[in-house]
Ligand binder design. Structure first.
Ligand SMILES: NC(=O)c1ccc[n+]([C@@H]2O[C@H](COP(=O)([O-])OP(=O)(O)OC[C@H]3O[C@@H](n4cnc5c(N)ncnc54)[C@H](O)[C@@H]3O)[C@@H](O)[C@H]2O)c1
Length: 329
């Protein structure tokens, strides 16, 4: 017998990331090939005509798992009885816009959506955000920083293929590269704990790559600046890879991480063993079991990594304080 349909919200559903994301979700890439889905598409009122087009296309895809598509511009409809929520919708940065102005606009959006999640969603809702822990943290911290943490999805798609290409293997042969910190040019991709499967034997990434200068130099800057490089080339921000990374993250939240592997995810830092300020949302290595994440503790950190982890934490502290200022206005 087939399972009952689950209700999944995607916000920013008329946008370019959602355009790739919705197809992957509706064909079973995220919640499994035997899990029927009701897709709820939330966007702002001027985008409703575009949403209609997206609904038509989803219907025309003739996907057997897709039971219903509900387009809406109302949070009380969008967030009602959810099993999972993927919050993509936000104000994109426009030319000449200060990071601070962008933060202000998005703080307002996530404040509203955080409150709507609490009010209308099922209490077991899984959010592609570190929302499982949101009850244990100050509400403001969750609502103010969620849009930053969504962004880590796009970042984590970059490093594994980079290492894989360097070693001449496919990207599934590389595991446990960590992204620490913010999603910005201070993020720190760390290969010290990563493994590469070369001809069937698991090798430390440093030994497999055999190029320390690259690993400590161009590799890091390529990952840090990838978003900007895609915008420069495409004249649009990354969407296909961002959608794929969001799908991977949501699937890991739903089904758990593989044995012996961790993934990087922006989560609440409370109780971490890495000396990161406790009230930040920070990207850590995490393992997920029974739909609950846990920071993978106890990895040894050398001086090179320490400095980079602290630099990205300092930037997040500054952004957190700015967001808190906006929230209290
Ligand atoms: N981390 C990354 O590498 C990365 C990559 C690409 C995009 N992004 C960010 O992800 C976000 C989405 O990207 P995109 O390319 O799909 O942008 P987009 O502009 O194509 O789509 C965003 C959608 O969100 C909608 N939206 C705005 N406010 C909303 C609200 N309050 N409720 C619901 N929907 C709302 C917009 O109307 C729009 O349809 C942007 O903020 C973008 O900056 C991050």
């Amino acid at each position: 017998m087939q399972a009952e349909p689950i209700r999944v919200l995607v916000t920013g559903a008329a946008g370019q990331i959602a355009y790739s994301l919705l197809y992957s979700i509706a064909k079973g890439d995220v919640f499994g090939k035997d899990q029927p889905i009701i897709l709820v598409l939330l966007d702002i009122p001027p985008m409703l005509p575009v949403l209609d087009g997206v609904v038509m296309e989803l219907q025309d895809c003739a996907l057997p798992l897709l039971r219903e598509v509900i387009p809406t511009d109302k949070v009380e409809v969008g967030f009602k009885d959810l099993d999972a929520a993927i919050l993509v919708g936000s104000m994109p940065r426009k030319e000449g816009m200060e990071r601070k102005d962008l933060l202000k606009a998005n703080v307002a959006i996530f404040k509203t959506q955080g409150a709507a999640l609490d009010k209308y969603a099922k209490k077991t809702v899984k959010v592609k955000e570190p929302a499982e822990k949101r009850k244990k943290q100050p509400r403001e911290a969750f609502t103010a920083q969620t849009f930053l943490t969504f962004n880590d999805s796009a970042a984590v798609s970059v490093p594994h293929p980079q290492v894989a290409m360097r070693c001449g293997v496919s990207s599934d042969k590389v595991k446990n590269v960590i992204i620490w910190g913010n999603h910005s040019s201070t993020q720190y991709p760390d290969v010290h704990h990563a493994k590469v499967n070369v001809h069937g034997s698991e090798t430390a990434a440093y030994d497999a790559v055999k190029d320390e200068a690259w690993l400590r130099g161009d590799f890091i800057s390529t990952v840090q600046l990838r978003g900007a490089a895609v915008i420069k080339a495409r004249k649009l921000s990354s969407a296909m890879s961002a959608a794929k990374a969001i799908c991977d993250h949501m699937r890991d939240i739903w089904f758990g991480t593989k044995e012996g592997e961790f993934i990087s995810m922006g989560v609440y830092a409370g109780g971490n063993s890495y000396g990161i300020p406790e009230d930040l949302i920070y990207s850590f290595p995490v393992q997920i079991k029974n739909k609950t994440w846990k920071v993978f503790d106890g990895l040894p950190i050398n001086d090179f990594s320490r400095a980079k982890m602290d630099a990205t934490a300092a930037e997040l502290v500054e952004e957190r304080d700015t967001a808190m200022d906006f929230l209290s206005q």
